[in-house]
Ligand binder design. Structure first.
Ligand code: COI
Length: 354
């Protein structure tokens, strides 16, 4: 098991300074898995608290065929990034926010979760152990994927007897290449409305059910899918892997994150940046009609960062939007990435330097 190799792991020095980068073509990164050297693993029995974890060589893990995660989807995940500054330092963007969100998701999915301190500490260890994989400035970032899953065996429907917190990482660049052409999906919904659904937490069970919609959209030449609320089918909710914003004049609107929508950390950061820059920001139901009539549409997420939308198609209507230099999404993107990479002074305490 991964834990058994802990003793033999030598992840290198505990500083961010890197003498050499991994030998890959840094210009070819997209958003595909590039395996790195180390992962972090911590286990805990049901009813206990997480206490000891450590680094292991990155590789396959052993799972009981009856594990809770495999049979009943008892699992959640997070995503965050580490950036290399122009001076060679490594910055983590708001890792405490991911730690807090994991705690909320764990509670919903009946799992114990690492404390905020344990989570952040584990992320730091994972990044430092893989520092050769944090891309050079301008070439991308190290995407960090924390998982929390029921790994104990179960047969009847019940929370697993054992849990594993695991973090792995992969260097990445853009999720999508260029502005998006979206299609509004009006038959398949991402999350159930009202109390009780899991649309607002990062449950693994939220994602595979939308593959069909994504595949159908791609087969028709679209880049991604925009989902509607299941209750009325009139309001937009999320794009498959990110939050969505619409711009009209000086007003920026995004669906309120109340249960069916993932409370994105990039979403929250963009709202704050937009308010600082003097835009009017509204979190409220956003109708399909408003999307069709918007000046700009863009999406936000850890993987997506801030990605402009070129068009949205709904039945026979195709709306097109401004993208590129001088747009609101471009200004927000530049500010956010400036803070994340240390080019803009972080007055908010969002970056954690390793
Ligand atoms: C992220 O942006 O970190 C995500 O988790 C999206 C993922 C589905 C690629």
């Amino acid at each position: 098991s991964p834990l058994s190799v802990l003793a033999t792991c030598e992840p290198g020095s505990n500083s961010a300074a890197v003498e050499s980068y991994a030998k890959i073509n840094w210009d070819e990164l997209g958003f595909g898995l590039v395996p790195t050297d180390f992962m972090y693993v911590m286990k805990c029995a049901k009813g206990d608290e997480f206490s000891h974890g450590g680094l292991a060589r990155y590789g396959n893990i052993e799972l009981n065929p009856s594990a809770g995660i495999l049979n009943y989807g008892q699992g959640i995940f997070e995503g965050l990034k580490a950036y290399r500054t122009e001076h060679g330092q490594i910055l983590l963007f708001r890792p405490e926010e991911n730690a807090q969100r994991m705690k909320i998701g764990a509670e919903r999915m009946c799992m114990p979760s690492p404390s905020v301190e344990q989570f952040v500490n584990a992320v730091k260890q994972t990044v430092l152990a893989n520092k050769h994989w944090v891309p050079p400035p301008g070439k991308g970032s190290l995407y960090i994927r924390p998982l929390l899953m029921g790994t104990g065996a179960v047969l009847g429907l019940a929370p697993a007897s054992e849990y594993t917190f695991l973090i792995y990482a992969s260097p990445v660049k853009s999720y999508h290449k260029g502005p998006l052409n979206l299609i509004i999906e009006d038959k398949l919904y991402r999350a159930v409305s009202g109390c009780g659904g899991t649309g607002g937490v990062k449950s693994v069970t939220n994602y595979a059910p939308i593959y069909r919609a994504i595949n159908e959209a791609k087969a028709k030449g679209f880049s991604d899918v925009l989902f509607l609320d299941a209750a009325t089918g009139k309001y937009i909710e999320e794009i498959s892997a990110c939050n969505v914003f619409v711009v009209k004049g000086n007003a920026i609107s995004t669906p309120a994150a109340i249960g069916t929508i993932l409370p994105g950390i990039t979403r929250k950061s963009i709202i704050e940046i937009a308010l600082d820059l003097g835009y009017q920001v509204e979190e409220r139901p956003v109708s399909v009609e408003e999307v069709i009539n918007a000046d700009e549409v863009f999406c936000t997420g850890t993987a997506m960062v801030v990605n402009p939308v070129l068009s949205v198609t709904y039945n026979e209507t195709k709306a097109e939007y401004k993208t590129g230099v001088g747009t609101v999404s471009q200004i927000l993107y530049e500010t956010l990435v400036g803070i994340q990479t240390g080019r803009i002074v972080d007055t908010k305490g969002w970056s954690l330097q390793l």
